[in-house]
Write a protein of this length. Sequence first.
Length: 389
Amino acid sequence: MNRNYDENIKAAVAKFEEMLRGQLERNEKICASKDFIDYAALDKIIIGVCGGDGIGPRITASARRVLEYLLADEVAAGKVEFRDIEGLTIENRAAHNQAIPDDVMEELYKCHVILKGPTTTPRAGDPWPNIESANVMMRKKLDLFANVRPVKVPEKGIDWTFFRENTEGSYAVGSQGINVTDEVACDFCITTTEGTERIARLAYEYARKNKKDHVSIVTKANIIKTTDGKFLRICEEMAKEYPEIRTTEWFIDIMTAKLVDEKRRTDFKVFVLPNLYGDIITDEAAEFQGGVGTAGSANIGKRYAMFEAIHGSAPRMVTEGRDIYADPCSMLRASVLLLSHIGYQREADALEAALDFCMFEDAALKMTGRDTGATCDAFTEYVMANIKK
Ligand code: IPM
Ligand code: MG
């Protein structure tokens, strides 16, 4: 080496140490975390509602309206409460210079589950300070380790459920990378035993309960040998406890290709995969179903759960005045997952059937995102009119 890097290395090692300490502490917390909350044992389930940014408030209001309709008796009996959580807007987050302002976080901690509209994540060049993503922060703070994303296209034989690990991998310390020098940058990827076991357990238990006979483990363990290697090994071990389920192993590149292979893809049922691959491939998967606007997502932890669209806040739809045509289906699909998660399976099934009917079978109204299609409000009413309570 020609140059002296001692000071750069010293500074980088100090940051690296801080990152490692944080991750070891997080790991201890995961290991100490208790069983899943039992919603049936609660006097009241509190559903926090955050509208978010861009098209978020509109599509979240649509989902809330449908949920309030389905849970009207429970709300009247005081068993379920819908609670507005203010302040999860980009303006307020920017004003506090925090991904989630402390007072908003305090309110979120008082809920059991959260219905959340998309929130804007600032990018370079945006007028906002470079704060972290509110989604990612919420997933971390509430330890929502499983991102469950179903994708269904009945006429093409597609019925997939993705179990994306949600708090580790490349996201765990996504804003704690190190610029070692002006020329050399370094990021980190984290896999823990407990963190992998809990997502694998959830995926296999789901497969068993729902009689899905195939689980695919997706990594890039041939290259990312330590962290993806660990993820793969732990999932393989878990597979042995579920002998009735066929397990296949894939690398993310070829799996991305196989999802467009019409002959092979109908064979896939349940996927379990690290955070970043899950992020990428679920957008691809949603595209077959009609785009990210049609896909909902559950973020599940042991104490909390959060339900959201898989897409962003679509600010361009708002600036172009097209937000009245925003597709509420992502948030309505998220509502199906919410209902099922808190124990209202009958209501979840009723909403899912109405959505399948309106999106795939009847299609009297079509969402196109512009004035060639239905408005968000009209589609919401159409779905409600087709719910068999
Ligand atoms: C998702 C989104 C988020 C993610 C963004 C908005 C931070 O793409 O939920 O898939 O990367 O996880
Ligand atoms: Mg994504």
